[in-house]
Design a binder for this molecule. Sequence first.
Ligand code: C2E
Ligand code: MG
Ligand code: MG
Ligand code: MG
Length: 276
Amino acid sequence: IAKRVAPGSHVFFSQEMADEVQERVRISNALQQALINDELELYFQPQQQVNDNQPLGVEALLRWHPPGKKPIPPGHFIPIAEETSLICDIGDWVLQQACSRIQRWQSEGHQPGRVSVNISARHFHSANFVSRLALLLQQYPACQHRLTLEVTEGVILDNLQESRTRMAQIKALGVNLSIDDFGTGYSSFAYLRELPVDELKLDRSFIQHIDKRPQDRAIIACLLDLARTLEMSVVAEGVETEPQLATLAELHCPAYQGYLRARPMPEAELLRWLVE
Ligand code: C2E
Ligand code: MG
Ligand code: MG
Ligand code: MG
């Protein structure tokens, strides 16, 4: 910072930056308490087949309800948690919650399909990640073949060699792997060749204008082709309108998720939604 400031000029942004750091520390501390005080909750957003809206599964999305305050969306606290090992504690909590739900739903006869959980880079690459996951699957055996881990391209490319080993171990546990926000991170898809990936999630930024921009439509057609060739399934993210969904149907995209049919919702609401 000092280097960028010309001698004699005022460092007019320093207070703002100090405030920003302080705010992040405050959020991080409050989040640690939130984990202890049970202020976190998983919401679930359905994923459906494009051709007939048949439910296929749900994505677990974290929500934070500080007492007496408005709920805080994950975009505000996940990036802060990701700066430290706090994200591993949160991630373990999320995984445990998701697995216990899968187990309970199974025993109560609910059929939500597969459950996808977002995994941050630091958590994915943390020591014993795979053995902790294996323990969870022992504790909640219904999760085998029902759990999917969503990672971003960044997670994988952080350390391709290690990711490949980890992903193989995860697959061996009967857990599926999905690449989240696919297409936004990197221009080369070469890494897909060497990884046991089951699913690509096409980022909302490509879907948003798919019915209006031929360029976006072409990109999606191309990614769908790629997925078919590599025998991976595809979920289009962030479908908000009928024309977007119709375009996905024309392109033979198999699955989607979005506000058009279902927002992320608490467990009780999901169970009602599934039988509607
Ligand atoms: P993501 O994994 O890409 O999740 C999709 C986000 O898009 C979710 O936002 C979802 O609510 C939102 N979304 C779904 N359909 C639509 C739509 O039609 N229109 C629009 N505008 N948005 C839609 P959310 O729940 O706020 O989560 C944001 C991000 O936070 C997630 O992006 C994910 O990266 C992260 N996140 C959420 N839960 C967790 C978690 O448990 N662990 C980790 N590590 N990250 C999480
Ligand atoms: Mg996701
Ligand atoms: Mg996503
Ligand atoms: Mg996205």
